[in-house]
Ligand binder design. Sequence first.
Ligand code: FAD
Length: 509
Amino acid sequence: MALDADIKAQLNQYLQLLEGEVRIKASAGTDDVSHEMMSLLNELAEMSGRITVEPAVLERTPSFSVNRPDAETGIVFAGIPLGHEFTSLVLALLQVSGRAPKAEQSVIDSIKALKGDYRFETYISLSCHNCPDVVQALNLMSVLNPGVSHTMIDGAAFKNEVESKNVMAVPSVYLNGEFFASGRMTVEEILAKLGSTADASDFSDKEPFDVLVVGGGPAGASAAIYAARKGIRTGVVAERFGGQVNDTVGIENFISVKYTEGPKLAASLEEHVKEYEVDIMKLQRAVRLEKKDLIEVELENGAVLKSKTVILSTGARWRNVGVPGEEQFKNKGVAYCPHCDGPLFAGKHVAVIGGGNSGIEAAIDLAGIVKHVTVLEFLPELKADSVLQERLYSLPNVTVLKNVQTKEITGTDKVDGITYVERDTGAEQHINLEGVFVQIGLVPNTDWLADSLDRTRFGEIIVDNHGATSIPGVFAAGDCTNSPYKQIIISMGSGATAALGAFDYLIRN
Ligand SMILES: Cc1cc2nc3c(=O)[nH]c(=O)nc-3n(C[C@H](O)[C@H](O)[C@H](O)COP(=O)(O)OP(=O)(O)OC[C@H]3O[C@@H](n4cnc5c(N)ncnc54)[C@H](O)[C@@H]3O)c2cc1C
């Protein structure tokens, strides 16, 4: 496989940045993927005198490890890291060569402090936009801690392994042979899962805030920046900084930016907030809100934060269909991200539940990869835009079932079918298939607020045009509110409104 001119030019530039020797050990066979892998590795060695390639016997063939001249790093790529994993390959080469990783010092210290043996394996697909973050985080941990090793495994090159382990969602991470986690994760989230996370005592000496923002998506980031620019004491508590933007591929309606990608926008949000004096408390989940003299927000770890005003911007999450089998077969055939997990169902029969825009977009996308797609819509008509419906109906391998109610997702150790009821006749039907993509919209992350403030019957926080809620001093913004439209730019605007509303409240009280 010859690299195309663009990739070669990019690689050439990156390889100039290598700071020391890199020893690649390659385990190759006589199969096509091995040939392609060896030609990629030989091209790398030709492009940089600092890279050497030598044959080796590794656990998987084809695969290669990326090492320092004097020590193995534990970083292995099984398959060919091109596509979305190209950056993972480049970063591994640079970091192994001695180039300092772009990570916060506290993260580097936490990685170095890990004790024990951590043998990570991550199953990926080259079209998965969520996978590189996980691969890069685990490679970084391998570079920094000799007790950590990490193998990236391309599911398409190791189909038997994927089948035998029933891997049906990527990225799927295994630790010391046991399932560890699935889906996009930052290095901080992985560290937290390994037990290296802040406890209540780390928050005990925090002075009350003027504005405490709960949620770190577009709304929360915007609220924090607007508040901090007023020179008032601002904090942000966020479970997953960036929010839903992390799960978005292309963004074309963020006005003034013609095209960007979710992870890039999420990183810019955080970078922008960090420009200001904002106390960012990541990987923390709020579980209770109570108005006393000050407003109290309790975190899952037991810490209680106090603030004169609070801005709730906890956004929304995928809505579950709530039928038997959904929980049981999550990542075993039940999926939510067609971009990520679609390739694992190549050549198979899948269903998409939901006939709105996201469902029909998913069905069109999947029809190009899988053998057959069945769309199940509860209503008598699809709700998607007509242009999407036209495209859907033009595809030969799609069946649309309208006016049907999903009853159960069936299977033993993985999905083997779906049972639905025809709503007009009451007749029950079953289809044998291997995957179910749930695309029925979003639900606001407001359950934790219970009856503490007024919400709509859908759980959305009711706000006025200053972003104020039913509790004086508590404001809300973004997808968790009763705003009729849920979009990035709208969330950002409402975050700004809520921050200005909170500031106004502070100067009047
Ligand atoms: C697949 C997909 C594609 C999309 N594409 C687009 C697009 O192209 N253009 C567009 O404009 N919009 C798009 N959207 C919608 C857009 O992402 C949302 O409208 C926007 O992210 C909402 O921002 P938010 O800050 O209100 O909430 P979110 O982005 O949901 O952020 C919520 C934040 O709150 C945190 N949080 C939640 N609960 C708690 C808790 N209890 N304690 C602490 N923190 C908590 C979360 O971790 C997160 O940090 C897309 C959404 C999805 C899912």
